[in-house]
Design a protein around this ligand. Structure first.
Ligand code: GLN
Length: 311
């Protein structure tokens, strides 16, 4: 493995201690009412290597709402089913705007800039709605298989509270605008509900670190012999995560952390060192860009202590 050792539980504990003075900064997402009830003091980190070695610290075993981290699972399913045809309907460029921005869609003729902003994820879910017989059940089956945890469930209360909040109209507006450009085929409401259900999957840092080993291991999941993506598709997915996974803060994240990653407004962030490991952090309070504030600091310390980055 070259010059690095498996991060020890002690190293992860040290990271938690070092970032704890930052707790209190940032804000827990409140536009999804059920998320606003989560304690801002939760703090967890888990690492899983491509050999399946696991280390973790803090609240790493406590399930939380994965939110936009689910966009990586749905994109994986779509890449797996549709291949390159996908890129006719969604772009590969960073958006330079917030995750729920609507404005670019108008002058880009209904083609979202990338699959990780909400508009892009909605197109990906529209594709899954057309291609899969039961998208909600099949995505749940995928996360259970990837993490080796059959108990993973969607929190229906979180999904419903997002669906019923006026903020949901913004996601619906994106979908209808894309429909007007011919880039959305299914019923908007049906796709929205399926998307919210996937955002509401409850997974722990340990579940997520295990689930994302396939991105560090040329498409091969931790459990099961069959690759989910080819090495080339995996490389491409990691490239998209590096350029767009943290939305408008992708540059800052690359600069400070140096790994492809994906955040969610539940406060989780997953990140990958290709060929080596996947890591997941959780701290619910978010920065201005909608990414976990302390989570980003944990990952910055992680790559600094490990002496590794993709750059
Ligand atoms: N469900 C959230 C939304 O659609 C996901 C956003 C996120 O995690 N960045 O707004």
């Amino acid at each position: 493995r070259g010059s690095w050792n498996m991060p020890s539980n002690d190293m992860l504990e040290d990271i938690l201690t070092e970032v704890s003075p930052l707790l209190g900064q940032g804000k827990v997402a409140n536009y999804i009412p059920a998320l606003a009830k989560v304690s801002a003091n939760k703090l967890g980190i888990a690492v899983c290597t491509v050999d399946g070695e696991l280390s973790y610290a803090g609240d790493a075993l406590e399930p939380f709402s994965i939110q936009s981290i689910s966009k990586v699972f749905s994109l994986t399913l779509a890449m797996n089913r549709v291949g390159d045809a996908l890129w006719a309907r969604v772009g590969k460029e960073p958006s330079g705007q917030s995750f729920n921005s609507l404005s670019q869609l108008e002058y880009e003729h209904g083609i979202p800039r990338n699959p990780f902003i909400n508009a892009g994820a909605l197109v990906v879910n529209d594709i899954l709605q057309s291609r899969l017989s039961a998208p909600k059940q099949q995505s749940l089956a995928l996360v259970r298989q990837l993490s080796g945890n059959k108990c993973i469930m969607a929190d229906k209360w979180v999904a419903r509270s997002e669906y019923e909040h006026p903020h949901s109209a913004r996601n619906a507006a994106m979908a209808y605008l894309m429909k007007s450009f011919g880039n959305f085929n299914n019923e908007v409401d049906q796709v929205l509900q399926s998307y919210y259900m996937q955002c509401a999957f409850m997974m722990s840092c340990v579940d997520l670190a295990k689930a994302f080993v396939f991105l560090a291991n040329r498409g091969r999941p931790l459990f099961g012999a069959k690759p989910l993506l080819s090495p080339k598709q995996t490389k491409r997915l990691n490239a998209l995560l590096a350029t767009s996974g943290l939305y408008d803060a992708a540059g800052d994240f690359a600069y400070r952390v140096g790994m492809p990653g994906k955040s969610g407004v539940g406060g989780g962030i997953i990140a990958i060192i290709p060929g080596e490991l996947s890591v997941c952090v959780w701290s619910p309070a978010l920065n201005e860009a909608g990414n976990s504030l302390v989570g980003t600091a944990m990952l910055e310390k992680f790559t600094t202590k490990l002496g590794r980055s993709i750059f």
